[in-house]
Design a protein around this ligand. Sequence first.
Ligand SMILES: C[S@@+](CC[C@H](N)C(=O)[O-])C[C@H]1O[C@@H](n2cnc3c(N)ncnc32)[C@H](O)[C@@H]1O
Length: 375
Amino acid sequence: MLSYRHAFHAGNHADVLKHFVQIQLHEYMNQKDTAYTYIDTHSGAGVYALDGGYAAKNAEYETGIGPLWERSDMPKQLADYVSLVKGLNPSGKMRYYPGSPYCADKAMREQDRLRLFELHPADAKILADNFRKVAEHAAAQGERPTARGKRVLVERGDGFHALKTLLPPPSRRALVLIDPPYEDKQDYRKVREALEDALGRFPTGIFAIWYPVLQRMESRQFADKLKRLAAKEWLNVTLTVSTPGPDGFGLHSSGMFILNPPYTLEPTLRQVMPYLVQVLGKDAGATFVIESGTQLTGSSTSRVGANGSARVPVGNARRASPTSGTGSLRLPGQAPAGTPGAAGAIGPRAPASTSSPRRTSGRPTGPSKPGSRRP
Ligand SMILES: C[S@@+](CC[C@H](N)C(=O)[O-])C[C@H]1O[C@@H](n2cnc3c(N)ncnc32)[C@H](O)[C@@H]1O
């Protein structure tokens, strides 16, 4: 199913959670000199314009990067992520938002390897074009083009399949991001099966899986099923920004599930998640949950709610003013007429439910919009 276009959702609260966590994982990997491979099974287009095209349609960035843009009181790790986004916007105006491949490229070192997979022909082309431009720019700066060419590989193809071919990586160090659209409920099964296979091939890899927290059964059971996978340890963090409305539309909550998480991640999340709830939260339903556990028990060793105690909601969470910007790039939604995917653009990422204030699972939701990240 290729109706999903991430450009509609670029920079929303789910992207903030995902990319913030992704950067923390890169920073951990960077602590050792040995090179590592980053595998992005569902890469998207790499960079998104916020002021035009698809992203401007619903302005979902106003739920995520927008409110963080002008803040000067962020925890350091979150400020580092915002700085990375600002690096893409040298004018200071919020015009572009980086996808996971761009975040990886910025966070990783010369010796590391990026293996990027995207199935949608239009987004795969944009991704490849953008990395080609980066390579040309690097060559113009005197960097040997072959070095850069080996570092980044962009392929139009099925990321689930590609994962099988890349593990174990030559350096025996890898970070894998799995971020499918979940429009098709088969994605939940495919993620699990891909992880089972991947852990068999490479048990020590770090695997990060983004998922929407929705009412549908596949979503509600998803994290619990991942906890049973044969990884030594797991960590699950969810960010809920609001209580869903009666129509159930909109994505209110999402999670990042990490297999073999670095020990540094949980303390960082404990610092940053309350801040994200405070700034991105829209009502008293805003909250976060951090859980972690081990393979043997599969059970939770800690469940931290918004105020640091067990699964407690944040009250009086408030919404910061959104910031918007202007600009353009070779980006999804601004594709020339006739480019596949330029038409047939799809609606918001996912009508979703949030958890009730004390739980990460939620209430029944209304019907989904076509093309949303919820099937
Ligand atoms: C949520 S988006 C990815 C966003 C990106 N990871 C980021 O954070 O910037 C999901 C992407 O997966 C692509 N896709 C869907 N099925 C795929 C598959 N089997 N293999 C690779 N890409 C796929 C979609 O076209 C879409 O661009």
